[in-house]
Design a binder for this molecule. Structure first.
Ligand code: 13P
Length: 341
């Protein structure tokens, strides 16, 4: 039986002012791409060291309210044998779990994909709860091109997200629904706005149809911005106004919170966009960050796989989390940010 009080408590723990989330939920394969930045091979020991450095960084609980883990990471422990989920929970950081299993091409819809992972999800969810996870993440992927996304793709992905969210809530796990509209492409910001609005409208109409409890749910969204190949890159003010217009048209007021992915933007640009959104003032939903690359890249660059750099790497995480915590409050000043990009 789902316990709505528990879901709402988890949402409020995750959506605290001045804090946000770290998405450390790369699959084992994707973690290899991160480790390359530190010059390390993709081995289980290196993945574990990388996560341990981040999860034990002194002071991060001041700026991080949650961390998203991957299946293998949720089962891992520190060198001293303390499960990562316990390390985080003891610091007041809510452990979460990515539960989707990636995407496959959607037949007869060239360029569109659908997400894998619903089979036995109820059983996996019970196990994840017992391992300490209190929220989960499922990602649908939207590519903007002349012919994508099709309505068929948006509908099938929304239906999958609805079923996933119901299964989460039944297990007392807060669903984070993530429709990622990819930033990679030649599209304009206007086209990104039109597509994201449509994605959100179809998604929330479907979530309502399936009676998902929107107060016990968090939306993980991309920023609305021009594609990385578009000649004119969007300013933070343009991003903020397009993104907020989209949310006001597509996201019901009762949704528990909205968090952003960084999507391949630089760490600084991701922070600037969040700051520009906060500068618009109070919104119907709490809004914060849930970055992977934009928080992890400075850590990997500082670490370089060397024992003697661990403290530096932990400071790099603390610093980036602090900058984003300030941006969540609308108090970030890019000119005083000492990270270069
Ligand atoms: P990025 O911040 O690197 O986009 O990752 C966040 C995420 O959770 C993507 O699914």
């Amino acid at each position: 039986m789902s316990n709505t009080n528990e879901l709402y408590t988890t949402v409020s723990q995750m959506m605290q002012g001045g804090k946000g989330l770290l998405a450390a939920d790369e699959s084992d394969a994707t973690a290899g791409k991160r480790l390359e930045i530190a010059g390390l091979p993709n081995q289980a020991g290196n993945r574990q060291d990388f996560r341990e450095i981040m999860f034990t960084a002194p002071g991060i609980e001041e700026f991080l309210s949650g961390v998203i883990l991957y299946d293998s990471t949720l089962r891992e422990s520190t060198d001293k044998g303390v499960p990562f989920a316990d390390v985080l929970a003891a610091r007041g950081i809510v452990p979460g779990i990515k539960v989707d299993m990636g995407t496959k091409p959607l037949p007869n819809q060239p360029g569109d994909v659908y997400t894998q992972g619903l089979d036995n999800l109820d059983e996996r969810m019970r196990e994840y709860y017992n391992l300490g996870a209190r929220f989960a993440k499922w990602r649908m992927v939207v590519t903007i091109s002349e012919n994508t996304p099709s309505d068929a793709a948006l509908e099938v992905n929304a239906t999958q997200l609805a079923l996933y969210a119901l299964i989460c809530q039944q297990a007392n796990i807060v669903p984070m629904v993530e429709p990622e509209v990819l930033f990679q492409g030649t599209h304009s910001i206007e086209r990104a706005e039109e597509v994201t609005t449509r994605v959100l409208q179809i998604l929330f109409a479907t979530l309502k149809k399936y009676h998902v409890d929107l107060k016990g749910l968090i939306l993980k969204s991309s920023f609305v911005l021009a594609g990385d190949q578009h000649p004119k890159q969007s300013t933070p003010e343009e991003v903020a106004s397009a993104t907020l217009r989209t949310f006001h048209l597509g996201v019901p007021r009762e949704v528990g919170g909205i968090v952003f992915l960084s999507g391949g933007q630089t760490p600084k640009r991701s922070t600037e966009n969040l700051q520009a959104i906060a500068a618009f003032g109070k919104q119907p939903w709490p809004i914060t960050f849930s970055y992977s690359r934009a928080l992890e890249e400075p850590v990997l660059l500082a670490w370089q796989g060397k024992m003697e750099n661990i403290t530096l790497a932990q400071k790099a995480l603390l610093y980036r989390a602090k900058m984003n915590g300030l941006a969540q409050l609308g108090k970030y000043d890019a000119a005083r940010d000492t990270d270069k990009k």
